[in-house]
Design a protein around this ligand. Sequence first.
Ligand code: PMP
Length: 462
Amino acid sequence: MTAVDRARLAELTAREAAALVALHPRCAALADEARAHLAYGVPMSWMAKWPGPFPISMASAAGAHLTCADGIELVDLCLGDTGAMCGHSPAPTVAAITEQASRGITAMLPTPDAAAVAAELTARFGAGPSRVARWQLTLTATDANRHVLRLARHLTGRPKVVVMDHCYHGTVDEAYATLGPDGAVVERRGSIGAPVDPALTTLVVPFNDVAAMAAALATGEVAAVLTEPALTNVGIVLPEPGYLDAVRALTRAAGAWFVIDETHTLCAGPGGCTAAWGLDPDVVVVGKTIGGGVPIAAFGLIPELAAQVERTITADGEDIDVGGVGGTLAGNALSSAAARATLTQVLTPAAFTSMTTLADRWADGVQGVIDAYQLGWHVVRLGARAEYAFGAEPPRDGAQSAAEDDFPLQQYLHLQALTHGVLLTPFHNMALMCPATTAADVDRHTTAFAAAAADLTAGADA
Ligand code: PMP
């Protein structure tokens, strides 16, 4: 990685923060007012991670653009960190929500839309070798992951879960574990108030390490392996050829569930990596964008596991509402209507084709700037998502990827993009395309990124 002069970086960051303040006085005032009522001035603590002295306040959003309270229209490459990968307020989703909202929002009863959503998910994720075919709906991907882990422990009678080092699966206690310097399982950095030592619940392995996975499964303690097919939350880390097939074979031999979390990797195509790469999981989890922004997520089981759940858990109706798998608003009418419209009319195969083409354009543009300014960074692509990272080569596992990160540099680049009219996720250097994204949107980021590269390297030459 090219060394970035820290004094120069601090100076540039201060300059961009001042530009943000000058451009967004109304957003600043709203942020100030919010502090009187919201803890930290934001509705959820992680929103404090937006770069700069305050997060901008959204006035409206449509398609690939978002307008802030100061009336500035931004190209949105964050897209709600995938929640809005379908674009903001897509017309078919809005129509379905509007229709449903006047006919009942939640009733603890199924509507026909729920089964239609499940059928659509099976068509997408149950194709090829994958036999995932029986779905449950939740409100968030976090809930879906939590429920799957409970079911896996219950049915296998085993206590532990295997996760990848530096994974993220939502606020799932078992996944707040990482490998310490001596290889022991420890709480991940930043973990807040863990209920128990994660070493009691979790085994952690590096991504792409078949031997480590085999050793973890050999303990006989593992109920499930929970993984993204490509890590997306510590930068993008792609699987090496054969890795996921090896995990499939090892989990099958060990009698552990192979759970693929496609919440982000749905960007790879209509059926996520599962369909795109011909994977064969026992369970698929998907969430975020499938409801067009309305809260909904889902987990799908292969028929044998669904039958086991039915036999051993749901058959005895008495405790089914208090067993730890639930959510009063899960499967509600509004979410189901939103997901049906979003999946069938917005996130279509044709949409994925154009999104992927634009992600490639973004990646080519950014890589061109990296090369021109000899930054020594790289870009990784995954369908409609692409990301730059500060190492020279794509990392092989989460620890390598984490080691390449540079938070102050990331914050500067995101702040600079914002003052140049482009919104990037505050979590990493990712750009996401939606069906409404255009080549001009992509190029706007490339231009801004080139200006940042020029500024950063001008400091190095001085
Ligand atoms: N799984 C993955 C892979 C995620 O990246 C996330 C959130 N970033 C989640 C699950 C949890 O999603 P939510 O916060 O919507 O519950």
